[in-house]
Design a protein around this ligand. Structure first.
Ligand code: NAI
Ligand code: UGA
Length: 462
């Protein structure tokens, strides 16, 4: 029986391995992590991450061919294929701080693999890493190998949170990069055979190592660039009376452009887009390509601009101050159908409003108070409720930060009646029916939409 071990039981390692186990009953899959509480949660009824469909997949395979364990060394030494899906955050100190990827977790994983391996292994980069990381990992492994053969593959993950299970069941493509040697190609075929259990062969792309590593950074950069492009347009829409939804629809109808990923928003969030673009920028700079670096940097600048533009809209609409005013923040996760708050635009918006001394009350159906209070910028300065009506009671304004479906069907009349007047809604996700809300009496701001009469003469430059 082929044995797979995955280092890192996070948002990628957990769901990816659960789906491999489900689709490959002939393979044993063990997911290990240095964090004991995470493994305990994977072995419990309350999984450590919220992801639609994940519970069912885990329930079907856990204890059969899917295991979660803290015994890292045992499972690494027994495995034929080792996926490394540890975190690769942005470096906060030293050379490349604020841009380069911090590969500390990766390096220590590689050293540990070299230490405990007693048989040949295929080591798979699942984490998103800078192009050429495989070369560094190869050096660490081969210089500490005790004669064991390691083949490094790059197999970046393209799942999105909230749709991870669907994305894993029906991936647009699976990408596998390997060395162009007979041994490298054999390893590529071994990994390909795993995915071929459920992914059509023509959707499993094989490339050289560097193309696979760079394609992941490029894909995230392209996706984020689409959002910054439409968000840049949203500012122009507000200035001219155009409607960003109509513009996106018209632009996306061009089959060369396509309709997806053109929703204007308060800005993109999530643990990866910003980190991966910064990483790309750093790599460009290191390769003497400042023009290319500056091009991609602009995607992040527009994202920051969009968030501060939103805060300025809120403050300027409410008589240029939100001091001591209660602002209800509906949604804190970086997108719907996840409880993940990493790099969520809600944090920056809350920071901006707190800077103007607002009193903030947050409601998100999947984010716990503990999780919100853990962020140093929001600690103790916000209250967290488990009900949208409680959060909005006596509020002066509402900021919608996540596109949870339930925000479309709230009883806005009831909410309006319980709020201070004039009552404002700032829709950072274009989820509410602004005309209906205006009929109730709200003053509504929707990103990139023709402005409410109230807002027209109020400057809101970032
Ligand atoms: N979150 C996402 O949707 C996606 C993330 N990625 C990439 O996948 C990688 C992992 O991301 P997430 O799963 O979100 O991170 P995460 O932070 O949820 O999980 C990483 C896990 O690795 C564990 N870990 C760290 N060092 C370890 C070691 N030496 N041995 C065993 N476990 C170790 C940590 O305790 C943590 O539980 C990152 O490189 C990310 O860029 C790629 C595609 C999608
Ligand atoms: O490498 C990663 O981590 C992953 O990053 C993203 O996935 P994810 O961040 O989970 O979620 P997305 O659906 O891409 O959304 C990212 C952010 O962009 C925002 N967004 C998305 C689409 C859109 O049209 N407008 C928009 O503002 C979302 O609300 C969210 O804040 C990519 O979509 C995945 O392919 C990739 O694997």
């Amino acid at each position: 029986m082929v044995k797979i071990c995955c280092l890192g039981a996070g948002y990628v390692g957990g769901p990816t391995m659960a789906v491999i186990a489900l689709k490959c009953p002939d393979i044993q899959v063990v997911v290990v992590d240095i964090t004991k509480s995470r493994i305990d949660a994977w072995n419990s009824d309350t999984l450590p991450i919220y992801e639609p469909g994940l519970d069912e997949v885990v329930k079907q395979c856990r204890g059969k061919n899917l295991f979660f364990s803290n015994d890292i060394e045992k499972h690494v030494s027994e495995a034929d294929i080792i996926f490394v899906s540890v975190n690769t955050p942005t470096k906060t100190r030293g050379l490349g701080a604020g841009k380069a990827a911090d590969l500390t977790y990766w390096e220590s994983a590689a050293r540990m693999i070299a230490d405990v391996a007693k048989s040949d292994k295929i080591v798979v980069e699942k984490s998103t890493v800078p192009v050429k990381t495989a070369e560094a990992i190869e050096k660490i492994l081969t210089h500490n190998s005790n004669g064991i053969n390691f083949q490094i593959l790059s197999n970046p993950e393209f799942l999105a949170e909230g749709t991870a299970i669907q994305d894993l069941f029906n991936p647009d493509r699976v990408l596998i990069g390997g060395r162009e040697t007979p041994e490298g190609q054999k390893a590529v075929q071994t990994l390909k055979a795993v995915y071929a259990h459920w992914v059509p062969e023509d959707q499993i792309l094989t490339t050289n190592l560097w193309s696979a590593e760079l394609s992941k950074l490029a894909a995230n950069a392209f996706l984020a660039q689409r959002i910054s492009s439409v968000n840049a347009m949203s500012a122009l829409c507000e200035a001219t009376g155009a409607n960003v939804s109509e513009v996106s629809y018209a632009v996306g109808k061009d089959s060369r452009i396509g309709p997806k990923f053109l929703n204007a928003s308060v800005g993109f969030g999530g643990s990866c887009f910003q980190k991966d673009i910064l990483n790309l920028v750093y790599i460009c700079e290191c390769n003497g390509l400042p023009e290319v670096a500056n091009y991609w940097k602009q995607v992040i600048k527009i994202n920051d601009y969009q968030k501060s533009r939103f805060v300025n809209r809120v403050v300027s609409s409410m008589f240029n101050t939100v001091a001591n005013k209660k602002i209800a923040v509906l949604g804190f996760a970086f997108k719907k159908d996840t409880g993940d708050t990493r790099e969520t635009p809600a944090i920056d918006v809350c920071k901006g409003l707190l800077g103007d001394k607002a009193k903030i009350s947050i409601y998100d159906p999947q984010v716990t108070e503990d999780q919100i209070q853990r962020d140093p910028t929001t600690t103790k300065q916000v209250s967290v409720t488990w009900d949208a009506y409680e959060a909005t009671k006596d509020a002066h304004g509402i900021c919608i930060m996540t596109e949870w479906d339930e925000f479309k069907t709230l009883d806005y009349k009831k909410i309006y009646d319980s709020m201070q007047k004039p009552a404002f809604v700032f829709d950072g996700r274009n989820v509410v029916d602004s005309e209906k809300l205006r009929e109730i009496g709200f003053i509504v701001y929707s990103i990139g939409k023709p402005l409410d009469g109230w807002l027209k003469d109020m400057p809101a430059v970032a």
